[in-house]
Write a protein that binds this ligand. Sequence first.
Ligand code: GDG
Length: 738
Amino acid sequence: MAKLIIVSNRLPVKLQEKEGELQFKTSEGGLATGLGSIYKQDDNLWIGWPGQVVEEEDKQQQVITELRKESMSPVFLSEAEIKEYYEGFSNETLWPTFHYFTQYAVYDQQNWETYEKVNQKFCDEILKLANPDDTIWVHDYQLLLLPSMLREKLPDSTIGFFQHIPFPSYEVFRLLPWRKELLEGMLGSDLVGFHTYDDMRHFLSSVNRLVGYGSMHGWINTGTRSLLVDSFPMGIDYEKYAQTAASEEVEKRERIYRSNLKANKLIISIDRLDYSKGIPKRLEAFEKFLEKYPEFHDKVTLVMLVVPSRDEVEKYKELKEEVDEMVGRINGKYSHIDWNPIQYFYRSYPLETLSAFYRMADIALVTPMRDGMNLVCKEYVASKHDQTGVLILSEMAGASKELSDALLINPNDINQMVEALHQALVMPVEEQKIHMKSMQESIKRYNIHHWVSMFMDRLSYVKIKQLSMATSYLDNATFQELMHSYASASSRLFFLEYDGALIDYTNRPLMANPSDELIELLDRLGSDPKNKVVVVSSRDKDNMEDWLGHLNIDIIAEHGVWIKQKSAGWQTVLSLMDDWKSDIRLILELYVDRTPGSFIEEKDYSLVWHYRKVETGLGELRARELVSHLNFLATNSNLQVLDGQMAVEVKAQEINKGKAASYWLGKYPHKFVLAIGDDWGDEDIFKAMPREAYTVKIGNGSSIAKYHLDTCQEARWMLSKLVRQASSEQATDAMMTG
Ligand code: GDG
């Protein structure tokens, strides 16, 4: 039975050793709770680092056995790997870059190499346990290379990837020396998920600019496969937080804490110690608040829980010192015998304590500089069973996109935070309840279980969609059958698209001239008396004549406006009017004026606006605009607008390559037909082909072709095999007759 394998840097438990005994402490994290309900089912598994270095082999074996009982499997990492892969590359390179703290980013080649090595180590461990039909769900920025490593070994498996931290804008992401490798690693997935639409947008833009793949409604086509990018805002286990907060135990704790705090208004803040969480700016704002609103002295306390995190990393040590110093200074300035403005705790607490703080807090002050989502603010809302309380939330947290009922602030705007604190403290209870109720409804509905099922449903949808879009790969068995049918046919017809099927696209159309090898291949194929070879192109006839005119082949140029039979020379199949050109040219010229690098090409019966030399992004934007402009004009005319490879072409509707191809099919006998094309204009050729024809698309996008190949090289290789087979048969015939 196919199983689900969850992979994350850390397992949802932490290995501990007490008096020589191995113990596993379960993690309270949202991910562990959300996925806990599924990883323990059936044969499902969770693979990750157990949180401690285990070197001795017998101890490793013991850990493996114990974890397997709980549906987990460890990836053991050495001290050096933790330092370079986790603390180094993950937390000193990717974390600061993805959170827009580029000034903190360290670019270290050794760390990068270890990051690659450890991703490979995860891959190897997974391969020991995975079957080809399993679903693998990889989590977060420590494992960006893993999806492609897995794809290479398990080409048909289902691979999902979710990133829990933000994906930065292209301008920031491009700073990374290993940016392309990282993106290519992620592109091995079938589904890439982020918390917000902005993260998804930034990722698509980086893929476009750095790897060269465009996207349509979140779908990326790599030429060999399609994958989807989408946003899935992560939720919390709502019932768990709501029920814990309503429990007797937590109520009791609240009573105890309240009696110890003199102030009657409580502000809570809870974070890991991390510069992305905006702790110093928050303290600065609180200090300014105390200065501006002295009437709140004695009445307000900020309870600040800071959970130790990554304390081996230098920047975190510095931050700890900064926070300690600020708290000391503010308390030193304002506190007196029975009031401390800040109660600061640098440690972690059990869930019940956390819950009591959420429950009693009048305000939650959540002000990260950047946060993928931020679960603390959602947990606070879920814990407010009487629906009082105010959430002050940074607009830089992913959660702000959902929680528009919070008081949203910019964490760099100290004055705005001061005023938000004041507004929250004086907000009437009725108003608090309106906002809290609305946020609770949303968080309750979009909870962690909803998040898991949305992601998994979408992943299944991607696999179904991929199947419906894909043509079968022209595998060896089909190729043998094709060779056989070629050999036994007395008459054969070939339709071969020039650009994209016989030869790769280049930045400049005139640079895609045929190599000597291609010329020889076409000539030999065309010289076989049983063969009729037609090279098809949207290029103009003079260009095709220059390059291929001397060969023993026929040509379709300009989408079928011009055809050439070797015996008869060039002729046009239609007597077309081209009086539309002057009006359309005026429009195209307007776009050339507005778009440096673009240019117009005039063919006999079409006009083309090229944007391959235009700044990436701008060209696509203008092309969309131009296509909709031209489509509007073309509605009542017989013009057709083609949105092609870095070009927009306008031509008369009655011209298409399929019609031209039908001309040959009607005129010549054809016991064997092979058509090879690459873009959507070639679909007209495939449509015109008889049922028994071999139709082959280059690339695995959606097509009515029966088969696909991945590259032009593969197409040329196939043709050369046919040529060679034919010549060896001729040699045998000659021997027999001689
Ligand atoms: C990353 C992204 C994204 C905190 N102190 C204690 C404690 N916690 C729990 C909280 C909360 C979790 O830790 C913190 O989650 P956040 O979402 O706030 O932040 P990150 O740890 O940075 O998480 C973030 C998240 O991944 C999920 O995708 O939202 O943006 O940075 O659940 O309650 N739990 C206990 N004691 C503590 O002292 N028990």
